[in-house]
Write a new protein. Structure first.
Ligand code: PBG
Length: 321
């Protein structure tokens, strides 16, 4: 084996290499921002005004990146998340800006309500036998409506992130009824109830005012349930499955590949924050650690990697050429 590891031989024996077209860039668009607002717990990330999103898309395209995932932060919230499906809502406007500026960009959108509800949960909330909680079925038509509004604005891929039961089927029906047959669904099919979403909740202003999300997300120790959730979404018509977070769940990712659909991995805000914080203190070499984390996600089986490091990684890939 030692002979195989000779430096000159290594490149031709490399099993997996990261490419720019593996990467999806998550972007926050803030209806209230006039200039890019830095996100404190995610150094290097910003909430962008709608007016600057075209410029950002051009910059990313120039760096060779081909896909975005948009999140919106609305100016006002209510209990029914009406801003999430408004024709001139923050994400809908951002989609049109990107589409005009960079027509070939693949636009994915997060389909969820937690940024748009005043209680911060991912759908419609009501009384249950265990107190106030997310109501599954009343939330489905809301998700349908949000997804259709994104498709109407020009999204290529809608990504329901709420883990509601039946959400993929409901969205597929809604899209097809409106003629959006070619819009794909990337389901957050295996989403763990993770502490690693913490910085995102600052970024997107989506912290919740009561309870938690453990009633609709998977507990970290459950592998069979995780697989089954993805399998169900595949049966409902998902086009792309997703595991989230990425780094701690590579065994799950490798398993889910066997379902046969493309698989995405989401390297989430907390994974970003940890690498950034240690890198900033000189405790790890940020660039090496980030590139290692990304190629390992690829090795485990990801066809797509959603990562806040995507832009940096694209630059580093250029330098390696
Ligand atoms: C829900 C959503 C969340 C993330 C992506 N979509 C928050 C959550 O589930 O609590 C988290 C992503 C990250 O942490 O980077 N709209």
């Amino acid at each position: 084996m030692r002979r195989l590891r000779r430096r000159r031989i290594q490149p031709i024996l490399r099993e997996h290499a990261l490419g720019k077209d593996d990467l999806v860039v998550p972007l926050f668009v803030d209806e209230c921002a006039d200039t890019p607002v830095p996100i404190e717990s995610m150094p290097g990330q910003f909430r962008y005004p709608v007016s600057s999103i075209a410029g950002v898309a051009r910059r990313l395209r120039q760096k060779g990146l081909t896909a975005l995932l948009l999140f919106g932060i609305p100016a006002t919230k209510d209990s029914r998340a009406s801003g999430a499906y408004a024709e001139n809502g923050v994400v809908q406007r951002a989609i049109r800006e990107v589409r005009n500026a960079v027509p070939e960009m693949v636009i994915c959108t997060d389909v969820c309500a937690c940024e748009y509800t005043d209680h911060g949960h991912c759908g419609i909330v009501g009384e249950t036998s265990e107190g106030p909680d997310l109501l599954n079925d009343p939330s489905l038509s809301l998700m349908q409506r949000i997804a259709v509004s994104h498709a109407d604005a020009g999204a290529d891929i809608v990504a329901p992130s709420s883990m509601l039961d039946g959400v993929v089927g409901a969205i597929r029906t809604g899209l097809d009824q409106e003629g959006h047959h070619s819009v794909l669904i990337m389901s957050y099919s295996t989403k763990f109830a993770s502490a690693f979403y913490g910085p995102f909740r600052e970024a997107a202003g989506s912290g919740y005012s009561f309870g938690d999300r453990t009633t609709y997300q998977i507990q970290p120790g459950n592998a069979r349930e995780a697989f089954r959730e993805s399998e169900l979404d595949a049966e409902e018509g998902a086009d792309i499955l997703m595991v989230k977070p990425a780094g701690l769940y590579l065994d799950i990712l490798a398993d889910i590949r066997s379902i046969g659909l493309p698989v995405a991995a989401y390297q989430v805000s907390g994974e970003y924050a940890c690498l950034k914080a240690a890198g900033a203190r000189g405790w790890i070499d940020e660039r090496k650690a980030v590139m290692e984390s990304l190629v390992c996600i690829k090795r485990a089986g990801a066809d797509l990697i959603i990562s806040y490091f995507a832009e940096d990684a694209a630059g580093w890939l250029d330098e390696e050429q």
